[in-house]
Ligand binder design. Structure first.
Ligand code: CTP
Length: 403
């Protein structure tokens, strides 16, 4: 049952809009509280009257209702929803969501929303395959929106191929599943570290690495969507977690990350350390910018080891805590990952293999193996949002008996 779940359906202009009344009906049968927003062009495909009758609420299209003089705040509606489902999601709406354009009511609500957003593309085969559409979809997915991939089949254009909106029964199942996993970690405290660290050489230079932070941010998003209370200790990153409920602790150096992680770990039930922490830092940071010296062609930096956060938490760990580390290897991946599992007293290691296409710091995809005890599970190359779900599912499967 979806009793009391607040689900906002955003309908955009596409022939698949005729299937949305069925989706609304399925959700209402499960006692969900459903509201519908239609973009102006959606009304050419299905009537607001049909959707308001089925949902039991007036369909919204604008913030200001000219007939009643009422103002519907997009911010309030965005905060009200537990889940937003944009279906069908036209190429136009996907492009605008990807760019943060807010020129209709649905788009303003999506921009103001703090809850997870699912979107079900529906368009012609060539529009779907177009590089612009594919890039926009990837942008949304990389921000944590959940793609309901279109199926292959007959399209309104008469062509046959990918672009047909997933059937309402299937969308309904995905919505229901998203709520049932939504409670898995209720009452559990999760610590995630993500991003690089910067170790200052002088006021303008530092030693860093190419980590974007995306993998750990995706993991934090999945945990929070599954009910956990998440603290994200995040090194310098341009990516925002987009989930208001994640407590973000911004840090810069390995020392700051160590200090924050050791404090939050004391309270944590689960910790996932995905950060790319510097192993060494300059022994001293110059107070002023280091100048070139006349006649000197080299410079030697003296580095000292940083504290190993994973190893420290592994030593602090109690029986009720579950500790996950990452391993980034360019050779002998499995062997080295197994060694890290032992030497750092972790419960699980997520191994990334760097030297494969589509894997690593600067891509939105990743390929992992998950190692716990004697078990190794190899996963396919996937978007990092899906890899994050695999990591969280693996944690859940290993500790579900004691949750
Ligand atoms: N890690 C950490 N603190 C450090 C270095 C690494 O907590 N100072 C953590 C990472 O967040 C990751 C795991 O240790 O979860 C493994 O990181 P990785 O860079 O693969 O290995 P290292 O332990 O640094 O060993 P090496 O560089 O020799 O492979």
């Amino acid at each position: 049952m979806l009793t009391g779940k607040k689900i906002l359906i955003g309908v955009t202009g596409g022939i698949a809009a005729y299937k949305i009344p069925l989706l609304v009906r399925l959700l209402k049968k499960q006692e969900a509280d459903v509201r519908v927003i239609m973009t102006p062009s959606a009304k050419d495909f299905v009537t607001p009257l049909t959707l308001s009758t089925l949902s039991g609420h007036p369909v919204l299209s604008e913030g200001f209702d000219r007939e009643t003089g009422e103002w519907h705040s997009h911010v309030e509606l965005g905060m009200w929803a537990d889940l937003i489902v944009v279906a069908p999601a036209s190429a136009n709406t996907i492009a605008k969501m990807a760019c943060g354009i807010a020129d209709n009511y649905l788009l303003t609500v999506c921009l103001a929303a703090k809850c997870p957003i699912m979107f079900a593309p529906a368009m012609d085969l060539d529009m779907f395959k177009h590089q612009a559409t594919q890039e926009n979809i990837r942008r949304l997915v990389s921000r944590g929106c959940r793609l309901i991939a279109p199926a292959s089949g007959e399209l309104a254009s008469g062509l046959c191929g990918e672009g047909r909106m997933e059937e309402p029964e299937k969308i309904f199942e995905l919505i229901r599943d998203s709520f049932s996993v939504g409670k898995r970690f209720v009452g559990k405290k999760v610590l995630v570290t993500a991003g690089p660290t910067y170790e200052a050489i002088d006021p303008v230079r530092f030693i860093g690495n190419h980590s974007s932070g995306l993998m750990g941010i995706e993991i934090a998003r999945v945990f929070v969507d599954q009910g956990a209370d998440v603290t994200l200790v995040l090194g310098p990153s341009n990516i925002r977690p987009e989930r208001g409920k994640i407590k973000v602790v911004p840090v810069t150096t390995a020392k700051e990350m160590y200090d924050a992680a050791t404090v939050f770990f004391k309270e944590a039930d689960i910790a996932v350390l995905s950060a790319a922490v510097a192993d060494f830092r300059p022994s001293e940071t110059a107070g002023q910018k280091i100048k070139k010296e006349e006649g000197r062609d080299d410079m030697i930096l003296h580095l000292v080891k940083t504290d190993d956060i994973l190893k420290t938490l592994g030593a602090m760990k109690t029986d009720r805590q579950y500790l996950v580390g990452f391993a980034l290897e360019t050779q002998n991946g499995l062997e080295n990952a197994k060694k890290k599992l032992q030497s750092k007293n972790a419960d699980m290691i997520v191994l990334n293999v760097m030297n494969e296409a589509g894997v690593g710091f600067k891509t939105n995809t990743n390929k992992i193996s998950v190692i716990s005890g004697d078990t190794v599970i190899n996963f396919e190359l996937k978007p990092k949002s899906e890899v994050a779900r695999d990591v969280v599912d693996s944690v859940y499967n290993n500790i579900k008996n004691r949750l």
